[in-house]
Write a protein that binds this ligand. Structure first.
Ligand code: GLU
Length: 407
């Protein structure tokens, strides 16, 4: 049997109900993107900003020992990952604690994902959730039939996006959406929000916030709002809440202008606000699919840890030599020779990052169509979230039935 999986959250809002709800969400999330894990979640009820690095290390290591005492962590038991308030640093402490306490366990580093590359992490994991969100949005807007219903043209080019959250997920979502041709017109953080109808430069905004401690006062903004909630209500086509849960509620949903809401965070839309948006004809790309790029690449990292070799290490050079022979032969037969740029493009073997990104892209595209098909084939299903639930619960049920466990 494969392990369970989910992030460990460091936040003052952590409570048992939240952990249980997020663990259930992980079960559906893994099923949707065909990641063979059960759902789990962890949480430490602290504000990490109020602790020194060595205090955080102490807390994280002690937490890991407690997990071990209960048999709640291990490459075949439960494999945590980063979540709100945690990152590569915390995952390193967890990996090191687990490895130290389990001498001789060859697969020990597969006990946690989201580790830095130097500690057997995988290229592309940090960017994965944001990249996955951008691919999900691109897939959604590329379907002409669905865009027509919203009164939008197909394609990301020129689409106006507002993103809430400039953390790891928000940052990378903005980065890749911009790369894919969208215009990010608004960015919201807890201290306020900024807006520019011709687009905001991600790195300039990021550096401004890093040096001044606030998103406000950015010279490239046309408008700014001290009340961050106002930022969500500005003109745009796509709204991406990439921060915390319960951000779109009955109190503000009527003011939201976006026609597409991509849930990069877990649970950012309350159920009644989601129903309101669907009734209005919006497309809501649900969290359990939209942000599943993170757990997808975590799965690749776990596979890498179990096989003890980086993706591409065995075959990159072989592939390049085979391509080289082919190009040489084609050039000889045709008498046409390629220029050096074309040559190196064709010959190049895939790196770990390219393989990870290819696996991530394929997963996100395939899963989008899987849930959209469920919706299209059942008129009773009112949106992608219900479709995602139907699809994932089906998969979970089939796997229980195959094991001989009937409800
Ligand atoms: N915390 C992330 C999530 O909620 C990542 C989980 C993982 O990689 O296991 O999906």
């Amino acid at each position: 049997k494969s392990p369970t999986k989910g992030g460990i959250r460091y936040s003052e809002m952590v409570n048992e109900d939240e952990v249980m709800a997020l663990a259930a969400l992980m079960t559906y999330k893994c099923a949707i993107v065909n990641v063979p894990f059960g759902g789990a979640k962890g949480g430490i009820k602290i504000n990490p900003k109020e602790y020194t690095i060595s205090e955080l290390e102490n807390i994280t290591r002690r937490y890991t020992v407690e997990l071990m005492k209960k048999n709640f962590i291990g490459p075949a038991i439960d494999v945590p990952a980063p979540d709100y308030g945690s990152g590569e640093r915390e995952m390193s402490w967890i990996a090191d604690t687990y490895q130290t306490m389990n001498p001789g366990q060859l697969d020990a580093l597969g006990c946690v994902t989201g580790k830095p590359i130097a500690l057997h992490g995988i290229a592309g994991r940090k960017e994965a959730t944001g990249r996955g969100v951008a691919i999900a949005v691109r897939e959604c807007v590329d379907i002409a039939e669905d865009m027509k219903k919203l009164g939008l043209s197909p394609g990301l080019s020129g689409k106006r996006v507002i993103v809430q959250g400039l953390g790891n997920v928000g940052y990378h979502t903005i980065k890749y959406l911009t790369e894919f041709g969208a215009t990010v017109v608004g960015i919201c953080e807890f201290e306020g929000a900024i807006y520019n109808s011709s687009g905001l430069n991600l790195d300039e905004v990021f550096n401004h916030r890093k040096s001044t401690g606030s998103i406000l006062g950015f010279s490239g903004a046309q408008k700014e709002f001290k009340n961050t909630a106002e930022g969500l209500e500005q003109e745009c086509d796509i709204l991406v809440p990439a921060a915390l849960e319960n951000q779109i509620t009955m109190d503000n949903v009527a003011n939201i202008k976006a026609k597409i809401i991509a849930e990069a965070a877990n649970g950012p839309t309350t159920p009644d606000a989601a129903a309101f948006l669907i009734k209005r004809g919006c497309i809501l790309i649900p969290d359990m699919y939209c942000n599943a790029g993170g757990v997808t690449v975590s799965y690749f990292e776990w596979l890498k840890n179990l096989s003890h070799v980086a993706f591409g290490r065995m075959d990159k050079r072989y592939e390049e030599n085979a391509n080289l022979n082919l190009v040489n032969m084609v050039e000889k037969i045709t008498g046409v020779s390629l220029d050096p740029i074309q040559r190196s493009m064709i010959i190049k073997g895939a790196s770990e990052l390219e393989l990870v990104n290819s696996g991530l892209e394929d997963t996100m595209i395939r899963s989008y169509h899987e849930i959209r098909d469920v919706q299209m084939n059942n008129p009773k299903i009112d949106g992608l979230r219900t479709a995602a639930f139907v699809s994932s619960i089906d998969k979970v049920a089939v796997s229980y039935m195959n094991m001989g466990i009937w409800p």
